[in-house]
Design a protein around this ligand. Structure first.
Ligand SMILES: [Zn+2]
Length: 270
């Protein structure tokens, strides 16, 4: 698989129009990493207009994880590895939330109201889940199941970015490593990143939990796969130079982290 894979056609659209809900980049050359990016996209289905949110607001961190698309695609090329990216804005539905979660479809985000998300009926919500959420997670599931059927060692790497200032408070970390029940690979990666001279949050700016997150709990922890959930501060990767620098760093450190993990725990030991 090289470049964009035009798949992910939804069959449940109420306009019967094909909608791509995810994109696949990079290629599988035998390495352990599968990259996923829940908040990489900014698209909104035509049926939903602009959700009543102006372009400037949609371009803020509330609409997507600024810069992570550029990091993810470069990293997929550099490792190389497969990257599965959500193409729709998190304002339409948050693909790192369980269906029905209170912040799955937000009515406001960081002070910005989202009129198009007000007063939705069950059918409206189900449509977004069927067209956007499920096809993306099904694609990740297929990738991981195919690897499991061939007994391939697999590490799920979830890529995110975070806003430098939240509610008036500056965030000091260059990056954060998030973990939940299995912290083994996270701790190795944390040490490697700190060794680069970076300020790295340990479950900061967010802690990974079963309820606040969806992708890693479902695709990593429920499958007992080692994983890394990474958050990079958005001002560091807003431009191509920063994206390239972070992709280069991660392409270097992720294999180091995996080798250290295998030395310590063995690659078959989830
Ligand atoms: Zn994110």
């Amino acid at each position: 698989m090289t470049g964009r894979e035009p798949v992910g056609l939804a069959t449940e659209s109420r306009t019967a129009k094909a909608v791509e809900s995810f994109a696949v980049y990079g290629r599988d050359t035998g390495g352990p990493f599968v990259l996923v990016s829940d908040h990489a996209g900014q698209a909104i289905p035509a049926e939903l207009g602009d959700l009543g949110v102006c372009a400037t607001e949609r371009a803020r961190h509330i609409g997507w994880d600024i810069g992570i698309d550029g990091v993810g695609r470069r990293l997929a090329d550099a490792l190389p590895a497969v990257l599965i990216e959500q193409v729709y804005s998190r304002l339409v539905i948050d693909c790192n939330r369980a269906p029905g979660h209170p912040t799955s479809i937000v009515r406001e985000s960081d002070g910005t109201p989202v009129p198009g998300n007000q007063g939705l009926c069950a059918q409206d919500i189900a449509w977004r889940e069927q067209v956007i959420l499920h096809p993306y997670h099904d694609r990740i599931r297929r990738e991981l199941s195919a690897r499991a059927s061939r007994n391939r060692p697999t590490v799920v790497v979830a890529l995110h970015s975070f806003t430098p200032v939240m509610r008036g408070k500056a965030r000091p970390w260059h990056a954060g490593v998030l973990h939940n029940k299995d912290s083994r690979l996270a701790h190795i990666m944390l040490d490697l990143l700190r060794h680069e001279g970076l300020t790295v949050g340990d479950n900061e700016p967010y802690a990974l939990t079963d309820t606040s997150d969806y992708t890693i709990p479902v695709h990593g922890e429920q499958r007992a796969l080692p994983y890394i959930e990474l958050e990079i501060r958005q001002d560091l990767i807003a431009q191509p130079e920063g994206q390239a620098a972070w992709a280069e760093r991660l392409a270097r450190l992720l294999p180091q982290a995996w080798r250290a993990f295998c030395d310590r725990y063995g690659e078959d030991t989830p």
